[in-house]
Write a protein that binds this ligand. Sequence first.
Ligand SMILES: NC(=O)c1ccc[n+]([C@@H]2O[C@H](COP(=O)([O-])OP(=O)(O)OC[C@H]3O[C@@H](n4cnc5c(N)ncnc54)[C@H](O)[C@@H]3O)[C@@H](O)[C@H]2O)c1
Length: 435
Amino acid sequence: MQDAAQPPRKAPIRVIVVGMGVRSMIYSSVALTNPELLKIVGVVDVDAKRREYARLTFGLEDEQCFETVEDLVAVPKYADAVINGTMDRLHVSTSIPLLRNGYDMLLEKPFAQNEEEADKLLQCARETGRTVMVCHVLRYAPFYQRLKQVMDSGEIGHVINIHMAAQVNYFHESVSFVRGKYASSEICGSGMLLTKCSHDLDLMAWLMGNNHPQRIASVGSMYQFVPEHAPAGAGSHCLLNCPVERDCPYSARRLYIENPQRWADNVWYDSNCAPPETDEQKEQLLSSIDNPYSRCVYRCSTDIVDHQSVLLHYKDGATGTFSMTGGASVSARSVHVIGTRGEIYGTFETGRFTISHIAPGAPNGRVQHMIDVAAEQEGRHHGGGDREVVLDFIAHLRGDPTSPGKTLLEDSVCGHRIVFLAEKSRLSNGAMQEW
Ligand SMILES: NC(=O)c1ccc[n+]([C@@H]2O[C@H](COP(=O)([O-])OP(=O)(O)OC[C@H]3O[C@@H](n4cnc5c(N)ncnc54)[C@H](O)[C@@H]3O)[C@@H](O)[C@H]2O)c1
């Protein structure tokens, strides 16, 4: 029996998952670890296998499984909220009918593909009064939470320059942005800056607080994964016709079968199957000329960039720079902020950043200390952000205290707008864009 002095226990938030893909599987797993907080009561997915996964995992009835959003909104609203984990190009078109049907929403980033779509979604959220929280999961990672605290405390004075960099390692680059489902704006709906780095530019916008950028410029291109950079004699498909496959760092066999890294499962999920048990089965899948992951990385005709830099000029005169490089040896996100009283430098993956204060008279003229959150982030997806964003969404809906990093739709606008303007600039040869 509940203690009379305690407030009444709140019921779990009842959620329908729309797009039961890789991301939604992670978010919805909170219902398995914390059934007192979250209950999955429905699924919408055009793919029967994904619906079946949800039906078995969450014990759904047949009438709780829908093929399309139209099918779901045709029945009276029966849950508190939805998790929308569809691909980028479907975010706005699937969200609008759901908001109009009264559902609050946890929506994957990017929340829109362009300015026009963003306005449409914002207007719909305002009109319906529904909550939309965007999955900017990195805001919840202890590294960025502590960084934000330090910057807001004024410890390094006023920011003169903020530089952030995201490098995507060669394995991830090949799986996702050259051969895979993010490799073309037609399939994915977004370019690389939006789909990969809307996180980074959202973080920059968040860290800079009310100091909005006034002018933005950007350049970038597809540099490496073009036919001219293919090894001499390379074929069109690694396992079918490539005499130099054994020497190529991007060989599909070397990457996805012999030396799989954490993104390897995407190859099999996107080939529409569970990870095969044997190497022979994997070879067979990658030997199909129709499998996009078997293609030579240099001949994929990818229409997105593999490196891009963005330059920002803020309203108080500060500057910001961001660079993204795909095909690096390691994945890393770094940040370097120089203020009028000191500076901060660190990398997310190490979970550590150093703060240096201007200190005339101290050894080397500065005083340094380190913030170390490595242990808090260790082994957790996005430093724990994937789980924390779901918990924060639940807290928001239940009226409980929420995180200072909470990204409601309005909070995400600045970071997305930076990307839209940067893309406009890149496509106009780096021309400066006004905010
Ligand atoms: N927040 C992050 O850190 C992060 C990381 C990776 C990806 N993402 C984003 O998450 C989103 C999903 O990525 P994913 O890897 O899970 O993709 P996925 O392809 O695994 O999942 C998408 C799901 O949507 C389903 N679907 C397709 N059309 C549909 C429709 N009309 N209605 C309902 N369902 C439909 C697909 O069958 C699939 O199950 C993307 O927008 C991606 O950019 C975010």
